[in-house]
Structures are given as C-alpha cells and as structure tokens.
Design a protein around this ligand. Structure first.
Ligand code: ZN
Length: 162
C-alpha cells in the first residue's frame, strides 16, 4: 500500500465508531486505549485498537495499567503487530491535548514520538469528534483525520485475549 500524506491520518469507520462508543460508555470518566497496527500497514492508516481499563482515581485523567500494556505489547509482537498510538477521551472537553497530556507524553518521549494520539472530545456544544495529534519538537501537532470505507476487508482481527 502506498504511503499517504504524512499529516493525514486515516481511520476506518468501524474504528471511529468503536472509539466513540467506548468514550460515551464510560462518560463522565475518561476512556483510554491503544492503537495497534500491523508492521506492513501504512503508518497513517488505523483500523485496530484495544480499549483498556482506566486506572486513574480521579475522573479527569487516565492511567494505563502497565501489566495490561505489557500483555498487549507481547500479543502484538507475536502477531508481528505493534502499538502505534494512544486513544483517550475528554468527556467534557474538546479533542485537543490538555497541558497534562503534553506533560505526560513529554515525560515518556521527550521532544518527539512516532505514536499517534487520538483524542475523542464529547463536549456537547461542540459535538463528538476525534482529532489526531503527534508529538514533534516538544509540542503536539495536529494531523488531518481522513476516513475511508474500503479498509475493513484488509484489517486482520485483533484481540488482546488471543
Ligand atoms: Zn487528555
């Protein structure tokens, strides 16, 4: 598959609906999960993710369970897949990274990361939206989110419990 525009992130419709459903289902708490991709897949094409339990105690943040993260990482590697990004929601906010989000990713990655950060904003007046971000030069830069109807058929099934 040819590589798309580096700043264009493509989400399959099923992925998009699944992220919106998961975000709404835990509202008003934040939802979190991981984006997973096959190694041969286009870097900017996303069809698979896995929701994770949010370990944070307060409603306005999220924390991944390190053990579950390792399990997903191991299961992905076994299938020649990899973790390529993070998904989380802002139940009362828009789909822009918060100061805390930036501080967290800079703590992990420093200035830049190849991961894609999808944020689902559920703020009512703004409508539900998913926006994509990448850490580059110490700040989040927005990626254009595109959708396609065609990619379900090439998407292998993934379950962290396999
Ligand atoms: Zn956030």
């Amino acid at each position: 598959m040819s590589s798309t525009n580096a700043h264009c992130v493509t989400l399959s419709p099923v992925l998009r609906e699944s992220i919106l459903d998961a975000s709404r289902s835990v509202c008003p708490r934040e939802m979190c999960g991981l984006l997973i991709s096959s190694r041969e897949a286009d870097d900017n094409l996303f069809t698979q993710w896995t929701p994770m339990k949010n370990m944070a105690r307060d409603a306005e943040s999220f924390r991944l369970d390190p053990r579950t993260y390792r399990d997903i990482e191991r299961a992905s590697w076994a299938k020649d897949w990899q973790i390529v990004g993070l998904v989380h929601s802002h139940p009362l906010g828009i789909a822009m990274p918060s100061k805390r989000d930036l501080a967290c990713v800079r703590e992990i990655w420093g200035e830049s990361s190849s991961w894609t950060y999808l944020i689902c904003g559920l703020k009512e007046s703004a409508g539900s939206e998913i926006r994509a971000w990448k850490l580059s030069g110490g700040r989040f830069r927005e990626q254009t989110v595109c959708q396609t109807q065609k990619i379900e058929e090439i998407s292998p099934g993934y379950s962290p419990n396999d």
